[in-house]
Design a protein around this ligand. Structure first.
Ligand code: SF4
Length: 219
């Protein structure tokens, strides 16, 4: 996917990935937007904080990537970065995802660092979501195996019948997991680590002579 000048019809993207198996049920497409000013202590994705006009791509390019994916897509997870800090492009993106999915049971799950009371005001975005995981990451509340959430203050809000089935109280939500993806000389960690997971991983790799440099997290 080629980048281009920021402007109408473009969205700043940190990365795209498929298959994602740890951020929602089934096999998913993951879309991470670039830019977040919320600044949660312990954020796993500090590399997504800065807005980067050099990462601007046409929304239609993201939709073409989605439509061209080879395998199954049970859902689309949009995260970041902070999607609600690009509300217009993200609303346009979600509208395109809904057109593409048609009547197929492909859910749209959006992560935001804003509490639901604030996130819900972005009606053009949330109207297209089947569920939203809302709230900032609070490190001291990263306890136990919270499905789909990094900390207990975050709230899963199902918004549609499909969202209710997949993310509601009766849904069998998967526990937390991490997925490692190697791209060139970079390792991407996808998912939501439990407290201490990243430290244990760093120590385990160090014991095998692998040093991590330029990590997007500090723990
Ligand atoms: S909202 Fe998400 S990307 Fe932004 S600082 Fe918090 S955890 Fe990191």
């Amino acid at each position: 996917m080629t980048t281009g000048p920021a402007g109408p019809g473009t969205i700043e993207i940190s990365r795209l990935h498929h298959p994602v198996t740890v951020l929602g049920p089934g096999t998913r497409a993951g879309i991470w937007v670039q830019g977040c000013t919320i600044g949660c202590a312990g954020c796993l994705a500090r590399d997504t904080w800065d807005r980067r006009t050099d990462r601007a791509v046409p929304v239609r390019s993201v939709l073409e990537w989605l439509a061209g994916l080879p395998g199954p897509v049970d859902g689309v997870t949009i995260s970041g970065g902070e999607p609600l800090q690009q509300p217009g492009p993200v609303a346009e993106l979600i509208a395109g995802v809904l057109r593409w999915r048609g009547d197929r049971e492909i859910d749209v799950l959006l992560y935001t660092g804003y509490p639901w009371t604030r996130a819900r005001r972005h009606t053009a975005v949330v109207a297209g979501c089947d569920a939203v995981v809302a709230g900032p990451y609070v490190e001291r509340r990263n306890v136990g195996d919270l499905p789909l959430r990094g900390s207990a203050n975050q709230r899963i809000v199902p918004l549609t019948e499909l969202g209710q089935r997949r993310y509601g109280l009766d849904a069998a939500l998967p526990g937390r997991g991490l997925q490692a993806t190697v791209t060139g000389d970079r390792i991407w960690m996808v998912g939501i680590p439990r407290a201490g997971d990243l430290r244990r991983m760093r120590e385990g790799l160090a014991a095998r002579g692998v040093r991590i440099e330029g990590a997007s997290w500090r723990s």
